[in-house]
Structure formats: C-alpha cells, structure tokens
Design a protein around this ligand. Structure first.
Ligand code: DI6
Ligand code: FE
Length: 405
C-alpha cells in the first residue's frame, strides 16, 4: 500500500539527542520516517522501521543525522554595521566606553530606525541564509534596536516575515529594555514605564508579535529592579521571560529571572554559585555566548563547572548582533564553546539542539530525533559528532530538512 507524503532517511547514524537515551542518544544503523505533516513518525534502528511501501526514501550512505540546529539567541534584524567601532576598539577604546559615549547599541538604533522594513528584511535574510547553510532549522530573533514602539514592532514583524518566507522556525523576543533611547536620557524609569505598558504587552501577546520578553540587566543596561518590572508586566500578559545577565558584572539577574521561571538566562560570565543553583532549580537554561566573549575580548569565562555541578542545562548560541558578536556561524560558536569555555563536544552539541529547544520553550517540538517532534534534520558528511565542534570555518552539511522536506 502506498503511503502518500511519507519520507524516509535510511542507512544513517543518528545522534538523536533524545533525553531518554544516554549521552547524545547515538543510534548506529538508524533511520527516520516523517509523515506528510512534517512530524517524525519513527526514529530508531533501521531494522525496526515500520513497513511503508511508496515512501520517498533517501539513502544517507552512513552519514550522520542530528536534529536541525537551533540558534536560541540572536539579534538578527538590525540596520547598518559597526565596523567603525571595531576599529576604535582596536585603537584601545573598550566596549563599555564606546557605549557610554553614545556609540554602541545606540548607533545601531539610529541605523535601524532609519531602515525600511524591506531593508531590514534583506540584510537579516542574508545572515539567516548563512546560519541555515550550516543546518540551522530554528532561530530566536530579538527586537531591541528600535527602542520606540513603532520601530520595535517593525523589527518583530520583519522577524516574523523571515519565518513565513523561509523554511525555518522563528521565535521572536521583545527586547524593548535593551538600552535607553536618546529620548529618555536620564529617565530610565520613564522608559521602563513605556516598555511595560499593559497595552503594549497585551498587544505583543494577543497579536502574536512576540513569543517571549527579554531584558538587558547590566550597568550599561537596566537594573535588577527595572528588570523585575519588565518581568511582572510580561507575566501579566502571559509571556515567558528571558534575561541578558551577568555579562559584564554580577547584578544577580539570573537568579531574578529564575524566580520568574524564565526560559533562559544568557551570557553569565559573572554568574555566582547561588545563581547557577537558582537556574538549575527553576529549569532555566544557561545560554552561553562564546562569540560575544571572544569579540569583546572578555577574560572571565562563565562558570561552567558551577553550572555542571548544579545540573543546569547549558545551551550555546551565536548572539548574532552588530556590536558584540557579528557571528553568523553556529558551528564556529560550537568550536568556541569548547576551546574558550571548555565545554565537552557532547555538552556543546546538546547546547545547539535539545537544550537550545528548551531555551525557546520548544522542547516538545524540536531538538531531538524522536517520534512526534518536527522532522527537522541536519545530515552531515562527518565521521563522528565531535567533528562538528572540532573544525573551524568548514561546513560539512550534506542536506538540511525542515518539517520533513
Ligand atoms: N548584550 C550583548 O552582547 C548585545 N546586547 C546585549 O544586551 C550587544 C548589542 C550591541 O552591542 O549592539
Ligand atoms: Fe544578546
């Protein structure tokens, strides 16, 4: 009997990332079957594959299949670039000095406000194509360079449009509390009032403009108290929260976010032991961003040993943004997570699949090769999974599958 729309990938080695299997959930001599709606019907030993005459079959010739990669922290939509500041930093200025002198995030805000939605779409689309070419099938995209309601909503709309027009899952995050816009200089509380306005938050939720709400909790961003106000407003609108925390100093933002059941706390170079334990206890994912650490030449690495000891889930992402991490390679982020932060390849790979899915609240849909989840696959020309972390600047992707095709 022919089974219309069913697809099979056979003769493969699977790194299933399935939480019910040890380590990376390896399955030698594996196969995957997807139904016509793009969900996985079967992932396991080829010998156990259910009969399915008429299915479209791909012979993977022994290649490795992982879940499609998930970049769970990006600022992909923005105007302009910051190459000039890169030159200034090479001349001796620090990231914080440039930010305080009105450069930094605010220079990108100016360029983003000046850009049309089509311009923003076109430039983000090129960056997205780079990520997708390395097997990325889900991505988070934050606002935070509009810093006015109209331009924040424009950024979110462009992010949504990328998800509608390209074969990739896009989760959007409202990061209105990213920096203080010039109109509110000296009046951070006034700006927080605007960002936490109940009408805005409800609109973000009701019109499905944002899937989550984030805040940059930092000396050059917003205080822990202001972050709390953002979280309370998000919670009242039913939106999950995330935080940029402990990147340049320790304001205890991660523990605050954990107390709100945050999806993730991100950066974390200055996290302390209590913070690591709070994340583990709340099930908040610790998202590590080695591209930003590298690019702004941080010297303090996130306390990976404390996160491990606490049992916190760790994810790895590009933080793609024009100021601190102009990185459009999740594979390079994997390498950096291992070389700079000493993650094991196994931890790093779980960090761009299963744990990254959790950081987006997508753990029931993506991040593992398991029946019922989306059939998002990355098929690799490699001999062992650690090769994905080991190489630099080499892309071994053979095929990418999003929702079964
Ligand atoms: N932390 C970061 O690393 C980026 N945003 C944030 O909150 C930097 C954004 C930028 O410099 O444009
Ligand atoms: Fe970021």
């Amino acid at each position: 009997m022919a089974v219309p729309g069913v697809r099979i990938w056979r003769n493969a080695r699977l790194a299933s990332m399935d939480a019910e299997r040890p380590s990376l959930g390896l399955i030698d001599k594996g196969a995957i079957m997807a139904d016509a709606t793009g969900r996985i019907l079967f992932a396991g030993l080829e010998a156990d594959l259910p009969a399915s005459a008429g299915a479209e079959v791909t012979d993977c010739e022994g290649r490795w299949i992982t879940p499609g990669l998930i970049d769970c922290h990006t600022h992909l939509v923005f105007g302009g670039d910051r190459a000039h500041e890169f030159e200034m930093r090479l001349g001796g200025a620090s990231y914080e000095e440039i930010a305080r002198a009105g450069g930094g995030i605010l220079s990108t805000v100016k360029a983003t406000r000046a850009a049309s939605a089509d311009d923003l779409f076109a430039s983000a689309d090129r960056r997205l194509a780079m990520l997708m070419s390395e097997g990325v099938t889900s991505i988070e995209i934050k606002s935070g360079y509009g810093l006015r309601i109209d331009t924040e909503l424009r950024q979110l709309a462009v992010a949504r449009r990328l998800g509608q027009e390209r074969p990739v899952t896009v989760r959007t995050t409202f990061l209105g509390a990213h920096a203080l816009p010039p109109e509110f200089a000296g009046n951070a509380d006034g700006y927080i009032d605007l960002v936490t306005g109940p009408d805005l938050m409800r609109r973000l939720a009701d019109e499905k403009l944002a899937d989550a709400v984030d805040v940059f909790c930092e000396g050059i961003g917003f205080s822990a108290e202001q972050s709390r106000l953002v979280f309370e407003a998000a919670k009242a609108a039913g939106l999950p929260v995330k935080i940029h925390a402990e990147q340049l100093s320790n304001l205890h933002g991660a523990a605050l976010a954990a107390s709100f059941g945050a999806l993730s706390a991100d950066h974390l170079e200055h996290l302390d032991e209590a913070g690591a334990q709070a994340l583990a206890k709340a099930g908040t994912v610790a998202v590590l961003l080695p591209g930003a650490f590298y690019f702004i030449r941080e010297t303090r690495v996130p306390p990976v040993d404390l996160l491990r000891a606490a049992g916190a889930a760790m994810a790895v992402a590009t933080d793609c943004n024009p100021g601190s991490s102009p990185l459009t390679s999740l594979l390079l982020a994997l390498n950096m997570a291992c070389t700079l932060f000493r993650l094991t390849p196994e931890e790093a790979l779980l960090g761009v699949t299963r744990h990254a899915a959790k950081a987006l609240g997508l753990q029931a849909e993506a991040g593992m090769l398991r029946a019922g989840l989306w059939c998002d696959l990355a098929i690799w020309e490699i001999e062992r999974p650690a090769e994905l972390c080991y190489r630099m600047g080499f892309n071994p992707l053979w095929r990418r599958v999003w929702r079964g095709s």
